[in-house]
Design a protein around this ligand. Structure first.
Ligand SMILES: Nc1ncnc2c1ncn2[C@@H]1O[C@H](COP(=O)(O)OP(=O)(O)OP(=O)(O)O)[C@@H](O)[C@H]1O
Length: 448
């Protein structure tokens, strides 16, 4: 079996790009032969589907060529083999940290960030499906997953992965027209084109690309004119089999105030999520980053940092930079205790005022004269819904709890309910004087 596998790998290598080979072939493991069945284990359901489509015939032909016996490949994926587990860490996967884009380098108008390639993207359980889908979309643009919709919490690598598709496509075909834009910039450019009567040029720019990468699509919510324009751009590209990739912090159905015809189109292709990386992946990300920055940092210090920050890769990278800066300031080499000192201030800031969700719940109940049972319950009357949403919003603002954790403390609600409540109150604080006042008073009380 092993000899055949080596033969197969050497042969198939010639017809695949190195990214495709690493994604589909290096991750597959032959398990055993039973009769003429060759059992092959692959990392995810998506790998399985791809394997069945692309490589199964190859195995049959190559095995015959190898020793005159036709092997029948049976593809199994690790996901369906794995027992269901929900760890504390996995629960935090949708942590939608309040701070948003905090200055990650982004190069717009098809100028992709040169660092965001497949080579620099570390693959682990939390993102292997999204990564495989991205590799497939880059290898066969417009054909297999169109649109590709990548969703997940803040700072988990959605932009990185999306731009890697752009790089890979341009590597495969330097003539490819690739366009990257955030949905906010798409809106701004549209407004500019309306103001300056350059809508024709705007349309041509977006409707004549081979790959459109549109980041943070959730911000199209409430923007009717932009949605209309994007709808036509989408249709034109899709009709012409041009690849569209979108990212969002939530599933298409959960995006607020977006037209149903767009939501349904977003779901035409494949939606894949990226969740928070496990410890091993976090260490690998840090190690990679340290190597890229030529940082000397021992393994125990790396794993210490990775243990401290478990929800957001951007924060993880920030922590490494903080440790680096601290070691320069102290003029000492990095070790575990220096890392601990450097991250102390960060941890203090994270635990914020030491407030708990239950303190916030009590204060809100007192303020609105309702019971804790109502606050955590399911009643949909306005006099309870508003305090519940405010309490969720304050929990998000004033504690370091993740969305799923907050949901649990509100009678086991889903993280999307918490996310929706936070969005709602963020809006009302601007548009509704009464809500604004209540939130401010509650915040003052909680801080004292
Ligand atoms: N698996 C990974 N391997 C290597 N680097 C990663 C990985 N995931 C995230 N990163 C890095 O983390 C940082 C944040 O990633 P990115 O900006 O792609 O996140 P995002 O999910 O798009 O966040 P946002 O929701 O804020 O748009 C980037 O510097 C990116 O390179």
């Amino acid at each position: 079996m092993n000899d055949f596998w080596t033969y197969f790998k050497n042969k198939i290598k010639k017809s695949l790009s190195s990214t495709a080979f690493d994604t589909w072939i290096s991750t597959a493991k032959p398990q055993y032969i039973e009769g003429s069945n060759l059992h092959i284990l692959v990392p995810s359901e998506l790998h399985k589907t791809y394997w069945q489509k692309k490589f199964v015939n190859e195995i049959v032909l190559d095995s015959y060529e190898f020793n005159g016996i036709e092997l029948n490949p049976v593809i199994e994926d690790q996901d369906t083999r794995k027992p269901e587990t929900t760890t504390e860490e996995e629960n935090q996967q949708n942590d939608n940290a309040a701070q948003n884009n905090d200055g990650g380098e982004v190069f717009e108008n098809s100028h992709l960030n040169p660092k965001y390639t497949f080579d620099t993207f570390i693959v682990g359980d939390a993102n292997n499906m999204a990564h495989a889908a991205a590799v497939a979309a880059a290898g066969e643009p417009g054909e297999i997953y169109n649109p590709l919709f990548i969703y997940g919490g803040v700072g988990l690598g959605k932009t990185h992965l999306m731009q890697a598709i752009g790089h890979e496509m341009m590597n495969n075909n330097p003539q490819a027209r690739v366009k990257y834009v955030t949905s906010e910039n798409f809106t701004n450019e549209l407004i500019y084109s309306i103001q300056h009567s350059t809508q024709k040029a705007f349309r041509e720019e977006y409707r004549n690309v081979d790959l459109l990468l549109i980041d943070d699509i959730q911000f199209l919510g409430n923007k009717e004119k932009t949605q209309e324009e994007f709808f036509h751009t989408f249709n034109k590209l899709h009709e012409n089999n041009k690849q569209i990739v979108m990212t969002s912090d939530r599933l298409p159905n959960d995006i607020n105030n977006i037209e149903a015809r767009l939501v349904s189109r977003f779901k035409w292709g494949l939606s894949v999520d990226i969740t928070a990386p496990d410890l091993e992946t976090r260490i690998a990300i840090l190690r990679n980053k340290a190597e890229a920055e030529k940082l000397e940092i021992p393994d125990d210090a790396l794993s210490y940092i990775a243990q401290q920050i478990n929800t957001n890769v951007r924060e993880l990278e920030g922590a490494l930079l903080r440790v680096q800066a601290y070691s320069t300031m102290k003029n000492t080499d990095i070790d575990k205790s220096l890392a601990a000192d450097a991250l102390k201030a960060l941890k203090l800031a994270k635990s914020k005022s030491g407030l708990t969700v239950s303190t916030i719940q009590s204060k809100v109940c007192k303020y609105y004269h309702i019971t804790i049972a109502d606050l955590k319950g399911k009643k949909r009357v306005k006099s309870i819904v508003l305090p519940r949403q405010i309490a969720m919003y304050l929990s998000r603002e004033l504690t370091d709890k993740s969305l799923p954790q907050i949901g649990m403390e509100f009678g086991g609600k889903d993280h999307t309910t918490v996310m929706h409540s936070c969005d709602k109150i963020t809006e009302l604080v601007v548009s509704d004087e009464e809500v604004k006042q209540a939130v401010e008073e509650l915040k003052d009380e909680l801080k004292n």
